[in-house]
Design a protein around this ligand. Structure first.
Ligand code: FES
Length: 161
């Protein structure tokens, strides 16, 4: 079933950014912040307001991994893959994290509790590897701390083997 879109909110977003050069990206960010993804039903209005084709808007949504056209999991976990965190072992951490939560990067796990996304710098490079769970940033992440955080804040009561 299609999601019901608050057209008043969509109009506010379009009014705020449509006349800005390069306004498509801020619009998509605001839409995703509002609905947790970019609902396909918003694309025709965005395209019309910016004098773009629907295909052009869709192309930008699919080009940037940050944007999702489907709802994500209950909790978004962002894992930094930029240079400083790479040097501090983020790839091994990510490999561990995908096993813990049960999905790969850019995916949502089977019970819908977690979406795992890569990010390219969270702005705290000295404390890597860094992750962000919802709005909260965690530095010096290790596999065991990752599991603790997931157990405590994402899936309370769940125990890992
Ligand atoms: S490189 Fe990971 S926070 Fe900057």
């Amino acid at each position: 079933m299609d999601q019901i879109i608050d057209l008043t909110r969509l109009d506010e977003i379009l009014a705020e950014h449509a006349s800005t050069p390069g306004g498509l990206l801020p619009i998509l960010h605001a839409v995703q912040k509002t609905w947790g993804h970019v609902p396909p039903a918003t694309v025709p209005a965005i395209a019309a307001r910016l004098n773009l084709s629907r295909a052009e808007v869709h192309g930008v949504i699919t080009y940037y991994h940050h944007f999702r056209d489907k709802p994500g999991g209950k909790t978004l976990i962002q894992m930094c893959r930029a240079e400083a965190c790479q040097a501090r072992g983020c790839d091994a951490l990510i490999a561990h994290a995908t096993k813990t939560v049960g999905c790969s990067l850019h995916e949502t796990n089977g019970d819908g509790s977690v979406t795992l996304e890569p990010v390219y710098c969270l702005g705290h490079c000295a404390t890597g590897p860094n992750i962000q769970v919802g709005e909260k940033l965690y530095g010096r992440m290790t596999p065991s701390r990752f599991d603790e955080i997931v157990m405590q804040s994402v899936r309370p009561g769940l125990e890992f083997a």
